[in-house]
Design a protein around this ligand. Structure first.
Ligand code: SAH
Length: 254
């Protein structure tokens, strides 16, 4: 299928388990000739690429130096202009803390067409993997998806406002600065007894979780070695987390 204008597909691969890919994502993977892949993307997802497809890893390595964003933009533009069918594969959803918006802007500015394929975001599918419905109406009027790791020089979330909002807080990239986040939420008025949960590597064979309280969160995360990638949930909905035995069916075979 040739298009006149070079095109790039930004594709959300979901949180891990390849069975959580959308049908649209699988079709785009099968068409692609070049794939630029973030390192949070489960290797199982790449099985849907053609054998001949070129895979270019462009992710962050353990939160250290990432491939500079400008270089990724240039690479996508160059490959698409050469006539390659380019997919940019991102973990979760491309528009949730995935820089998908920036990439769309850069591609459109270069005159390319962009197709965006949504994926299941870790902040909703991760808690769900341990039985937490993030907007359960008995417990919260809604949910805030926030980053625990503001861009250098950028504005972080207004933790005091969030603390008093009554919303479920779903914190992405929250492990590295957990101590500061917990302190800010406590300063904002949330009690130490506020239910909290952490799910690490959700929907992968390495998934681990802990249901706790805001007061014990930091010690629990450290003690149980719950590492990035992890989603932190703060709010009454965390009470609804299932017991491990009831969760067996929630995690796919990966
Ligand atoms: N676009 C992604 C988020 C990218 S930011 C999405 O929509 O899910 C990276 C952060 O996402 C990680 O630091 C972690 O907080 C979260 N994350 C991604 N995959 C995860 C997984 N399988 N389990 C738990 N958290 C995950």
């Amino acid at each position: 299928m040739k298009t006149m204008t070079p095109a790039v597909t930004l594709l959300g691969a979901g949180p891990g388990d390849p069975e959580l890919l959308t049908i649209k994502a699988v079709k785009a993977l099968r068409r692609a000739t070049v794939a630029l892949v973030d390192d949070l993307v489960d290797p199982g997802v790449l099985r849907y690429l053609r054998r001949s497809a070129r895979v270019i890893p462009v992710g962050k390595r353990g939160g250290c130096a990432s491939t500079p964003q400008a270089f990724i933009h240039k690479l996508m533009v160059a490959e698409a202009r050469r006539g390659e069918r380019v997919v940019r594969i991102k973990g979760g959803d491309p528009f949730v803390f995935g820089r998908g918006g920036e990439e769309c802007d850069a591609l459109r500015a270069a005159g390319l067409q962009v197709e965006v394929i949504s994926g299941l975001t870790a902040g909703i599918a991760g808690p769900a993997a341990i039985g937490i419905p993030v907007t359960d109406r008995r417990h919260a009027p809604g949910v805030a998806l926030v980053t625990g790791h503001a861009q250098d020089g950028g504005r972080g979330p207004d933790w005091a406002a969030l603390a008093s909002s009554g919303l479920t807080l779903v914190i992405y990239m929250g492990v590295a600065r957990l101590a500061a986040t917990v302190r800010a939420l406590r300063d904002g008025g949330l009690s130490a007894a506020t239910p909290a949960a952490v799910v690490s590597a959700a929907h992968t064979p390495r998934q681990r979780q802990r249901v706790t309280t805001l007061g014990a969160l930091e010690a629990d995360v450290a003690h149980h070695g719950l590492a990035s990638p992890a989603i932190v949930v703060v709010g009454d909905v965390a009470r609804l987390a299932s017991r491990p035995a009831a969760m067996a069916g929630a995690v796919g075979s990966g």
